[in-house]
Design a protein around this ligand. Structure first.
Ligand code: FPP
Length: 241
């Protein structure tokens, strides 16, 4: 009998969208041209999620390390994020997508933060797909910020230090409202995690594909999800039977 992907496929997929710059350079175009093409793929992949039973999609849009890029590229990416939110908000709302942002907002410009807050609020009642966008996100930074908040609660007497464990700590992470990712996909042939969801991906499956992000189609997404269904996930235990 054919496998039912809605039952056996991953509920939460996280993607490191890599390769925009190379995609543009191969065409003799500026790197931002690749980021714009990448943004179009985001839309396509979000739309494909319900067909495969993917309820949660988390994408890495800008890392805490990406500030080291040229000022022009950083400014161009920030503008792209603002435009993306402005242009896509209504469609996301109509399509049942709940949008959340993770990462440290302190360094982001006020206009972008306002758009992020508004979109989160506007889509808060949606439940068809949960899209989480990581902007100014780094796994180590997230754990450090979470630990700071946790230490504050301990200092205030709200949390007993004896209760700090692997169930209480994640409540302080940016992702406290999400299940852990079942599958992490990275495009562009690089086999690294690059500081993405370090705590959350402890038992995730990984798939590294050679395709550059702007070329990652919904068909390839479907193929990768099909491969996931054949994996034997044991979470450190031995297989039953
Ligand atoms: C990595 O490719 C990609 C990024 C740092 C930016 C990701 C952003 C997008 C896909 C744009 C749209 C996203 C949203 C949410 C609107 P790279 O520049 O590192 O590529 P390279 O490794 O080939 O240089």
């Amino acid at each position: 009998m054919a496998r039912d992907l809605t039952e056996q496929g991953p509920a939460h997929v996280a993607i490191i969208m890599d390769g925009n710059g190379r995609w543009a350079q191969m065409r003799g175009r500026p790197r931002l041209f690749g980021h714009h093409a990448g943004a179009r793929r985001v839309r396509e992949i979000v739309e494909a999620c319900p067909d495969h039973g993917v309820k949660y999609l988390t994408i890495f849009a800008f890392s805490t390390e990406n500030w080291k890029r040229t000022q022009a590229e950083v400014a161009g990416l920030m503008k792209l994020f603002r435009r993306y939110i402005e242009r896509e908000a209504q469609d996301l709302l109509r399509n049942g997508v709940r949008v959340r942002f993770i990462g440290d907002r302190v360094r982001l410009d006020d206009r972008l933060v306002q758009l992020m807050d508004d979109l989160e609020l506007m889509t808060a009642d949606n439940d068809r797909v949960h899209l989480t966008v990581a902007i100014n996100y780094g796994g180590r930074d997230e754990v450090a910020r979470a630990t700071r908040r946790l230490a504050h609660d301990v200092a205030q007497g709200k949390l007993d230090p004896r209760e700090v464990n692997d169930e209480t700590l994640p409540r302080y992470l940016d992702t406290c409202m999400l299940p852990d990712p079942d599958l992490v996909i990275r495009t562009s042939g690089e086999a690294r995690i690059s500081n993405f969801l370090l705590w959350q991906s402890a038992y995730s499956e990984y798939e590294f594909v050679d395709t550059l992000w702007p070329d990652f189609t919904r068909d390839e997404f479907a193929r990768v999800l099909g491969g996931f269904a054949t994996r034997d996930r044991r979470f450190g235990a031995v297989r039953a039977g």
